[in-house]
Design a protein around this ligand. Structure first.
Ligand code: APR
Length: 255
């Protein structure tokens, strides 16, 4: 992308955000790759190395030990990760009163650690494990200790049922409260900033769709083409960790 084209797009995105009344941010795995967590469908995506079939709820129930093993390996990547400049820039837009909420498909909790306060997690999070029998939750650290003790899927201390990382597996419904809150935010938004998502997974991807259908301006920052580029008011091809701080810099000159 040429410099003056990039400059024009950064300025346009900053103007839209500075003028907004109710901007929301929608993020996917691409906002966390610069923190060291792989995305799913990018060139080094997780689905190129692990069969997504293994993250369906039916596969988990019939092969819990194997899937827990996969999770613990994946978790090993993400145990010492930190928020990157993209997460911090998004938190700063909230502190400036521009971004009203962050709706994320990610389960890494990095938005909260970067200082974002209103975060809606559509696909759960890696803080807990939940019993698929009685719904009891324990911390994920405790569940991993139980896994490592017997090298098999941990069991609920209350009812002995199977514990599952508290993230949404393929074939599982999304947490209804989170989804409802996200759709409400989308209806209220006059700007939606999408960062680091291929926008191919529903119902999460309905969030920017609903906002756009309600007249919101759509800004997309992504390394590759997304499923909604053709609907966007601004598309910026680049690394979120580089682009977002540049947008925030320009927004500040307009406030
Ligand atoms: N900056 C900007 N964009 C990036 C960066 C980066 N540093 N790194 C990767 N990307 C882009 C990739 O090009 C890709 O288009 O982010 C996008 C990530 O898309 P996916 O890997 O499909 O991730 P996501 O959209 O979050 O997937 C949605 O699918 O597998 C399920 O539950 C999982 O929540 C996930 C959902």
């Amino acid at each position: 992308m040429t410099n003056n084209l990039l400059e024009k797009q950064l300025k346009r995105a900053a103007e839209i955000l500075a003028r907004s009344k109710y901007a929301i941010v929608f993020t996917g795995a691409g906002v966390s790759t610069e923190s060291g967590i792989p995305d799913f469908r990018g060139p080094q995506g997780l689905w190129k190395r692990v069969d997504p079939e293994k993250f369906t709820i039916s596969y988990f129930i019939s092969n819990p030990d194997e899937v827990w093993e996969l999770f613990v390996n994946y978790l090993m990547i993400s145990s010492d990760v930190k928020p990157n400049p993209a997460h911090k820039a998004i938190a700063e837009l909230e502190a400036l009163g521009i971004v009203k909420s962050v709706i994320t498909q990610n389960v890494d909790g990095l938005h909260q650690r970067a200082g974002s306060r209103k975060v809606i997690e559509l696909h759960g999070n890696l803080r807990y494990a939940v019993c698929i029998n009685c719904g009891n939750r324990i911390s994920l650290e405790e569940a991993i200790k139980l896994f490592e003790k017997k090298n098999s899927a941990p069991r609920c201390p209350k009812c002995g049922g199977l514990l599952k990382p508290d993230v949404v597996f393929f074939g599982e419904p999304l947490p209804q409260g989170a989804l409802k809150a996200a759709f409400e935010e989308a209806r209220k938004a006059d700007v939606v900033l999408v960062v680091g998502s291929s926008l191919v997974v529903t119902p999460a991807a309905y969030v920017p769709m609903i906002a756009k259908e309600n007249g919101a301006k759509l800004i997309i920052v992504n390394l590759e083409e997304t499923a909604m580029d053709h609907l966007a008011d601004v598309v910026i091809r680049g690394r979120a960790g580089e682009i977002l701080p540049k947008i925030v810099e320009r927004v500040k000159t307009l406030l």
